[in-house]
Design a protein around this ligand. Sequence first.
Ligand code: ZN
Length: 58
Amino acid sequence: MDVEHIKYQTCPYDNEEGVLIVDLEEDTPATDEDGDLQYYCLGGHHTFSLDEDETEGW
Ligand SMILES: [Zn+2]
């Protein structure tokens, strides 16, 4: 899976840079129960999930 294009997202809470959380053993992106990608906010030091519905059209 090519994750380079989804590796960084802007945090929807504080507009800081978020980096994709990847399972290093599986080498696949981590997802929550809804299948949304999980990101770690570098500025706010918290995790957030990406709602794919909100990112369509980017
Ligand atoms: Zn944040």
